[in-house]
Design a protein around this ligand. Structure first.
Ligand code: ADP
Ligand code: K
Ligand code: ZN
Length: 430
């Protein structure tokens, strides 16, 4: 089922909607947000756009711009029209703050209704939301959207994992909503509690808020005996609901009637053709409180606008390599955690949990890959030195990086009820 007819317009109709909304948005930011007025005046850009192509003349907006106008400086409406505030965790420094008008919240709930519907959730389902409720957009975002779609919502929030499993069993939860890391952690706890998936009603997972590699998805599907779907969003743009997977499981549809997506070369800013890997840049078309023009997400993606068998015509995010913030430069080689994760996933002797510690020794970058043995290895153990060497060789032959591999005792790496932090860079934190 398709929630909204705008998900399956022909591309020309879609472009017409986009152009109308883009023209309004640009005019509005010019007249209401001093930051944009100044930026456009400095660059001699008129607030009257005549085509979608003209968007590429507009300057980018970056995370730093939001920080510089912390907390409310980029809002395009009066505070009396703001009814909700959210913020990102802001791993470094002050958080990024987003505001919502009543209409923004309506649009948001609708966007979530779309992604949950396309993932296969119906009003027969009982969804347990194990995202944290609070400033983080995950909990409240999914909450109102699932309700809008008529789904029964259990607002469990995150944490208290044993209780989550009890609720899941007693309340007959059919859909689990959380970060992929938390889904894996919960599976471990369920196993420790001796709860078998046959005793549960779970059939589907909606995961987002952080990267979910194909191997992680498969691991979650296997452990819970469910179908796992992923969705994508970010606080600055609205929160979850920017894009989500349909039942084809082949890419996440972007709600392009609400956001224009471009992919750029992160070094030159040049717009790249469909199918190229680059940084995702998003322009909001419906946001009242915090409209953003050409916002650089720092997420490295590949997009396609090829039609999808599900009937939706919107462009899809085919892969997310990770955030440029998480990219490590090891002796001149760019490495994303996702690349290391995909190498580790091929090695059946290690669990899906890992941590990357970047440091410096004798003015040289060093990388340590910390892993844990899998049940598989524990059942048939051999020398840990040998396993470490095997992983080290594999990393070197696939990624051309030299890393020290450390096999830790089972369950030593920190588990999370939210997003995992997999990279520790000692070069910055000392
Ligand atoms: P924070 O910056 O504190 O993590 P957000 O909750 O706004 O705050 O995080 C949004 C970011 O999370 C995205 O820019 C992206 O890097 C990551 N993210 C969200 N969903 C996904 C997904 N499905 N796949 C990969 N990364 C994702
Ligand atoms: K219902
Ligand atoms: Zn589809």
């Amino acid at each position: 089922m398709i929630w909204d007819k705008n998900e399956s317009l022909n591309r020309n109709e879609l472009k017409e909607i986009q152009l109308n909304k883009l023209r309004d948005t640009v005019k509005r930011v010019y007249s209401r947000v001093p930051f944009y007025k100044k930026l456009m005046d400095q660059n001699n850009i008129s607030p009257e756009l005549n085509s979608l192509e003209e968007l590429s003349k507009m300057p980018f907006t970056v995370k730093e711009d939001l920080r510089n106008h912390y907390p409310y400086g980029l809002f395009a409406v009066d505070m009396k029209d703001i009814v909700r505030i959210h913020a990102s965790s802001g791993t470094t420094g002050k958080p990024i703050v987003a505001g919502y008008t009543k209409r923004d919240l309506d649009v948001w709930a609708d966007l979530i209704a779309r992604i949950v519907t396309q993932a296969g959730v119906t009003r027969e389902d009982i969804a347990q939301i194990a995202f944290s409720y609070g400033l983080f957009t995950g909990g409240f975002g999914l909450h109102y959207g699932l309700e809008k779609a008529g789904v029964t919502v259990i607002p469990a929030s995150s944490g208290n994992t044993e209780r989550q499993i009890m609720l899941m069993k007693d309340f007959k939860t059919t859909v689990l909503v959380c970060t992929p890391s938390y889904a894996l952690y919960m599976a471990e706890v369920a196993q420790e509690m001796g709860v078998n998936t046959d005793e549960l009603y779970l059939r589907l997972g909606l995961f987002g808020g952080e990267p979910c590699s194909e191997s992680m998805r498969q691991e979650i599907e296997k452990r819970w005996n469910i179908k796992a779907t992923v969705n994508y969003g970010l606080t600055e743009i609205i929160g979850p609901g920017v894009a989500g997977e349909c039942s084809e499981g082949n890419g996440m549809h972007i709600s392009e009637d609400h956001f224009i997506a471009e992919v750029i070369d992160p070094n030159t800013g040049e717009v790249l053709p469909p199918g190229s890997e680059g940084e995702l840049v998003l322009t909001t078309l419906s946001k009242e409180a915090l409209p953003l023009i050409r916002y650089r997400t720092r997420d490295i993606v590949v997009l396609t606008d090829e039609p999808c068998p599900c009937g939706r015509t919107t462009a899809r995010i085919m892969s997310i390599k990770g955030r440029t913030d998480d990219m490590m430069i090891i002796r001149g080689v760019n490495v994303f955690p996702s690349q290391i994760e995909s190498v580790l996933s091929e090695i059946k002797e290690v669990s899906p949990h890992y941590r990357l510690v970047v440091g410096k020794q004798n003015f040289q970058d060093t990388l340590e890959v910390q892993v844990e043995p899998s049940d598989n290895f524990l059942a048939n153990p051999y020398s840990s030195k040998q396993l470490e060497q095997k992983i080290q060789d594999r990393l070197r032959s696939v990624l051309f990086i030299k890393a020290r591999v450390t096999l830790l005792p089972p369950k030593t790496l920190e588990r999370t009820t939210g997003k995992s932090k997999r990279v520790i860079d000692k070069r910055v934190s000392g």
